[in-house]
Design a protein around this ligand. Structure first.
Ligand code: HEM
Length: 301
């Protein structure tokens, strides 16, 4: 565990065991965000990030990237309409084999400050034969879950991946050649705004493919700059709305990947000169959880 400040009481391997206990084992699938669709895409930086970083993926020429959109459930055939949390993962190439990945959700904040609280939340929501009200009452005494009921109320299943904003949630640290540091949070904002589906299907993957036949699907990569007083190690706290947001480039989907990016691991903790992880314990925990999930699903293929 790289984060120096936090030693979780539930190990990443135990976390994957717990997800399997709650959701079952679905051989060959990711242990979360099991169902999804992969695309090739092009990311074109506009060099607005240059004053803040030397990170190559945010600067220079257009580059080929891999994108995977997903439904968050660990159960591959669960109803996508009943699962409001969706994911978008983008893998940028780098000169070494540690591709930078932004692995995002359609929410600006995470429900908990620590990874083990999130795992306990999975356990609480996974209890069988209990209504949502009963599940909420079992977590209501725990101050770690104060924000959860309000977050749940705001959740709404999106109509389309192409009109959804995705946030990387954790802070990352950008550095310049001369060593200046700036904490930022990334998000991808859709260029398409219309919510009403012009298409016939309720299947979000098909909807995306139909949309692409009509016009290109684009997202802007936005970077929100932290002020010195903003917390950079707590993904459950949002930064004030008046923070400077910089548009650093555009992503355009080009084609569906035949492999759907199924075999890919998107690791949100890879670093490159000019771009590093903050001390957020949830971010660092994800690295080992994803590696464990990847080990299990690869062995089952
Ligand atoms: C302790 C916290 C978390 C746990 C235990 C967890 C668990 C997992 C697991 C087991 C996977 C499957 C990985 C694989 O097999 O490749 C996964 C994928 C994913 N998670 Fe998380 N996750 C956590 C936090 C987050 C956060 C904060 C976000 C959003 C910012 C997020 C978004 C995603 C997405 C989009 C994927 C799919 C990536 C892909 O397409 O390959 N997760 N998560």
């Amino acid at each position: 565990m790289k984060s120096s400040q936090h030693e979780p009481s539930i190990s990443p391997t135990e976390a994957v065991d717990i997800i399997e206990q709650v959701a079952g084992t679905h051989k060959g699938y990711r242990r979360a965000h099991a169902k999804g669709i992969g695309f090739n895409a092009v990311f074109t930086p506009n060099n607005n990030a240059k004053p803040f970083t030397q990170a190559s993926f945010l600067l220079g020429n257009a580059q080929n990237v891999i994108v995977r959109f997903s439904h968050s459930s660990p159960i591959p055939n669960s109803s996508e309409q009943l699962i409001p949390i969706k994911g978008m993962a983008v893998k940028f190439p780098t000169s070494d084999d540690k591709a930078i990945s932004l692995v995002m959700a359609n929410a600006p904040v995470f429900p908990t400050k620590t990874p083990e609280a999130f795992v306990r939340l999975i356990q609480a929501f996974g209890v069988k034969n209990q209504s949502l009200k009963e599940k909420l009452s079992t977590i209501s005494d725990d101050t770690e879950f104060n924000t959860v009921p309000a977050l749940l109320k705001q959740l709404k299943t999106p109509a389309s991946f192409a009109t959804t904003r995705f946030w990387a949630i954790h802070a990352y640290i950008l550095t310049t050649d001369s060593g200046e540091r700036q904490a930022v949070r990334f998000s991808f904002e859709p260029v398409a705004k219309e919510d009403k589906l012009p298409f016939t299907t309720k299947d979000m993957e098909l909807e995306l493919l139909e949309r692409m036949m009509d016009s290109p699907v684009r997202f802007r990569l936005l970077m929100t700059l932290a002020a010195p007083e903003d917390p950079i190690n707590d993904p459950s706290i949002s930064w004030p709305d008046n923070r400077l947001v910089i548009d650093v480039g555009e992503l355009v989907l080009t084609e569906k990947r035949e492999d759907l990016a199924e075999d890919h691991l998107f690791n949100p903790t890879n670093e490159t000169p000019g771009f590093s992880c903050s001390d957020d314990p949830v971010l660092h925990y994800r690295s080992e959880v994803y590696a464990e999930s990847y080990r299990r699903r690869s062995a089952e293929m």
